[in-house]
Design a protein around this ligand. Structure first.
Ligand code: VG1
Ligand code: CO
Length: 543
């Protein structure tokens, strides 16, 4: 084996988005593409000498190959040790946990999350820093700058490492330790939630279905739910990670987790249904006959978190991404703690968590998390739900209804217009931005605009400013519309339109979502002139 320096030319498109660099697999398979980006990441870690690096991914196509490449580049860049999940697997929250527990300088998480996999699907590389969280904007910008200027990378030569055998190996003087991907994570869960109470719940006949969507959470959910907590064998379905997720989008929402959704709405519904995404950081919660919106789930977890040992001391504060409904704010108000509103993407929660300003946070896109790691955590959310169900003795659907009765209900839907022309998408957003000043006070489709702005975030911890994070329009009728462009897509542009309306009257808590939101949806389409500008009469996905 030897170390070598390989001359290379930069790729202009290695700009990390909402969550890492995401591209189609054939893009990543171009010669030097992965090597350039990994070297660019390492170049932004000046203090890496002798340090530990964590590597793992969600098991999708290219995962193993890129793990091997990343280990070789790490060995040529001065790292002292690499911790890699067995088989190259680590869920995103588990990677965060391992980075923190072992004092690593950072980690590479190989995933395109909820995007489809396989040879023609998507691949992604995320970089997490010492606190276990996604690299903040300042670092992702530095990585992009570096990638645009790169002229060479350093790499070790040699055979592939056996990723199946647990334990140590050496690559050019660097130790590589293959670890059980589940062990550290499971140990952390035991500290946070009451495993005995959940065990008693399952022993009492509680039935659950967890759909791992053929993605990385399968082994975690099997080991913890079925192995430790005594859920019936077969509780976890689609539990074996597959390189193409069985051909599906591993996105836990009512559209892509249809089977679970239908089961939970059928006559044989178990007591609780849940699913997670490609890399295990998202969760979907479904009660019998009742889909729990991620925004509501965050609020309900916040209201009841004190019932779990990890949160018995109460919450410091709660944060939600801007497009997430305001349900969590209502809970924060009742608890007398602060609510923060951040741009979309988990990286914006890191400073708030590190500074101890918040304990829980979440996003409308099915992400919920806490200060236990610095990523959203799908299985953790499910375990906290189970802990709360065990502690209250109430069925999930009852808990949700009690929550609405106390706080009112935030009816919510998201319309995605996927793979639209990027130029058209930008024109649409620019058109909205241009009208922001004139909108307040105008009446459209029976609603009156109260305020309109383009969300600008000033980080309360370090003062950094992030501009243009989405156009939000609130109406005096307690409704809100948010428009923003996705930062995780890999083809064209995706317009996301977030639509919500708050109802507090007792007789308005159980209405069909589509009916309550229909007037707001109509206004959302008209205001942005969606059909004329994008050529789409209907969204491609409604969740
Ligand atoms: C989407 C979601 C966002 C989430 C991000 C990463 O981003 O809207 O809430 O943080 O995906 O999630 P965008 O820019 O496409 O709207 V995951 O599970 O990909 O790591
Ligand atoms: Co994800």
């Amino acid at each position: 084996m030897a170390l070598k320096t390989v001359p290379t030319q930069p790729f202009p498109d290695q700009k990390p988005g909402t969550s890492g660099l995401r591209k189609k697999v054939p893009v990543f398979r171009q010669p030097h593409y992965v090597e350039n980006f990994v070297q660019a990441i390492f170049d932004t870690i000046p203090d890496r000498d002798g340090e530990t690096l964590v590597i793992g991914g969600d098991g999708r196509f290219l995962n193993r190959e890129v793990v091997q490449t990343a280990i070789r580049i790490a060995a040529a860049n001065g790292f002292g040790r690499v911790l890699v999940g067995q088989g190259g697997l680590l869920s995103t929250p588990a990677a965060s946990c391992v980075i923190r527990k072992h004092g690593a300088v950072g980690g590479l998480v190989l995933s395109a999350s909820h995007n489809p996999g396989g040879p023609e699907g998507d691949f992604g590389i995320k970089f997490n820093t010492r606190n276990g969280g996604p690299a903040p904007e300042s670092i992702t910008a530095a990585i992009f700058e570096r990638a645009k200027a790169i002229t060479e990378y350093r790499i070790a030569d040699g055979p592939d490492l056996d990723l199946e055998r647990l334990g140590d190996a050496t690559v050019e003087g660097m130790t590589v330790t293959v670890i059980d991907p589940v062990a550290d994570y499971a140990a952390l869960m035991r500290e946070l939630v009451d495993f005995d109470a959940i065990r008693a719940l399952f022993a009492g006949g509680f039935r659950m279905r967890f759909d791992a969507m053929s993605a990385v959470t399968g082994p975690y959910a099997r080991a913890i739910l079925e192995g430790e907590l005594g859920a019936a064998p077969g509780t976890v379905v689609n539990a074996v990670p597959q390189e193409d997720f069985g051909g599906h989008h591993p996105d836990p929402n009512p559209v892509h987790a249809r089977e679970l959704f239908d089961l939970m709405h059928g006559p044989d519904a178990p007591d609780f249904g849940a699913a997670s995404d490609g890399d295990g950081d998202r969760n979907m919660i479904v009660a019998p006959g009742l889909f729990v919106t991620p925004s509501d789930s965050l609020a309900i977890l916040a209201a009841h978190a004190h019932r779990a040992p990890g949160y018995a001391g109460g919450l410091a504060g709660i944060a939600r991404s801007m497009p997430t409904s305001r349900a969590a704010d209502r809970v924060a108000e009742k608890l007398g703690i602060r609510a923060y509103e951040t741009p979309t993407g988990w990286k914006f929660f890191g400073n708030l968590l590190d500074a101890g300003l918040i304990t829980l946070c979440g996003e409308e896109s099915a992400g919920t998390g806490s200060n236990h790691v610095r990523e959203k955590d799908g299985l953790w959310a499910v375990l906290l739900w189970l802990n709360i169900l065990a502690a209250t003795g109430k069925p999930a659907q009852e808990l949700v209804r009690a929550h609405w009765a106390e706080f009112g209900r935030d009816y919510y839907t998201r319309h995605d217009y996927e793979e639209i022309d990027a130029g058209a998408a930008n024109r649409l957003m620019e058109g909205l931005r241009a009208r922001i000043g004139a909108l307040p006070g105008t009446k459209i489709g029976g609603l009156t605009v109260e305020a309109a702005d383009d969300f600008r975030y000033v980080d309360p911890v370090d003062g950094s400013v992030t501009e243009a994070q989405g156009v939000r329009i609130t109406f005096t009728e307690d409704a809100r519309i948010v428009y923003r462009l996705s930062g995780t897509g890999t083809a064209g542009a995706t317009l996301r339109v977030y639509i919500e309306r708050y109802e507090a009257a007792r007789n308005r808590l159980e209405l069909p979502v589509a009916e309550v939101l229909a007037p707001v949806v109509a206004v959302a389409r008209e205001l942005a002139d969606i059909e004329r500008l994008t050529g789409r009469a209907e969204p491609s996905v409604v969740t």
